[in-house]
Design a protein around this ligand. Structure first.
Ligand code: GDP
Length: 319
């Protein structure tokens, strides 16, 4: 459903999670809309504290909210810290959505993830595949919290007439990514592995699993653009997928990253590590039907992400 555009110019816009990869991309993008961007650091506002969140909303009175705050991590982190992934995400989204309702926020966009969909959902995955089958066990904690977030936004819409919407991004990458090998996702991990192997003159890098799972990747700046597009143009109960429309096998992705980074050694597989879901390609038809398209190709996006990785490394070493 596309109604009258919701103009962000002149509005007070709160980006929750502005230090994260998604939140910081939204801050960069929303800055072009002529609005006043509100953020709160972790020291200023503990999003897990309901009273603090309510008080912050009462004091700062945002007109619109991008809810990008979440505890996120890769396949191993999800599997290792189930309580954190479920509890933290449930409490953060519940606190913000309720506070937004109490404070009469005009519009809220909740961000989820493609892992909300059943493990064996028909591909490309359309929005209506939600809750049609069992989830991928390695990330069901995170997925269940995100499904609850979608349902919260819908419930406040139905019961209280709130203009709360949800977007479900596919696997994201870009500036501000987490390059930690144990906790991060595949693309930043591959960038780091290829870079370090190149510097060390190593013969090979190791990838987790069989290399056959397929994943779709979207640059976070494209996602931020999609979020602003949806905030302005979309008002409906169903969540909306945000993807690139193309997927790639992990082994091919590893090769592409090695090409971009300039590492010419071999790629070995560590099959003691999990593969996760075999394929995760979302249908972007709904968003495309509204007139939105991604702009950043995978090779170009990885090259930019590699530059960001190098910048982060320099900053960390204090050079
Ligand atoms: P997922 O999309 O939730 O499964 O999250 P990930 O981005 O962590 O993993 C995607 C796929 O990449 C899985 O099949 C992983 O086994 C595979 N993979 C290969 N090498 C790595 C690596 O170094 N780190 C991570 N996180 N995944 C890897």
């Amino acid at each position: 459903m596309i109604g009258q555009p919701y103009d962000l110019a002149g509005k007070r816009v709160y980006v929750a999670g502005h230090r994260g990869m998604v939140g910081s991309a939204i801050v960069r993008r929303v800055g072009l809309e002529g609005c006043e961007v509100l953020t709160a650091s972790r020291a200023e506002l503990d999003l897990k504290n309901q009273a603090a969140v309510r008080a912050w909303f009462a004091a700062n009175r945002p007109d619109a909210v991008f809810l990008a705050a979440a505890k996120v991590g890769g396949i191993l982190a999800n599997d290792s810290f189930p309580a954190d992934f479920l509890y933290d995400n449930l409490i953060i989204e519940a606190n913000i959505i309720e506070a937004a309702h109490v404070q009469d926020v005009e519009k809220l966009l909740f961000l989820g993830s493609s892992c909300i969909y059943p493990k064996f959902a028909p591909q490309p995955i359309t929005e209506d595949a939600l809750l049609t089958g069992p989830l991928e066990p390695t990330n069901e904690w995170y997925a269940i919290a995100k499904i609850a977030g979608i349902k919260l936004a819908q419930a406040y819409r139905r019961q209280h007439g709130r203009d709360f919407i949800s977007a479900m991004p596919t696997n994201l990458y870009g500036p501000g990514d987490n390059y930690d090998l144990a906790g991060g996702h595949v693309l930043p991990a591959l960038i780091r592995k290829a870079h370090e192997a190149k510097l060390a003159g190593a013969a090979a890098i190791e990838i987790w699993g069989t290399g056959t799972p397929r994943r779709e990747f979207l640059h976070v700046d494209d996602l931020a653009d999609a979020c602003v597009f949806l905030m302005r143009r979309y008002s409906g109960e169903s969540h909306v997928n945000a993807g690139s429309g193309e997927d790639i096998a992990i082994a091919d992705l590893a090769q592409l990253v090695c090409d971009v980074v300039g590492f010419e050694g071999a790629i070995q597989r560590d099959t003691s590590k999990p593969d996760g879901t075999p394929r995760k390609l979302m249908s972007g038809d709904k968003l495309a039907g509204m007139g939105w398209q991604p702009r950043i190709g995978l090779r170009e996006g990885i090259a930019g992400a590699y530059r960001d990785f190098l910048d982060q490394s320099v900053t960390k070493r204090g050079l």
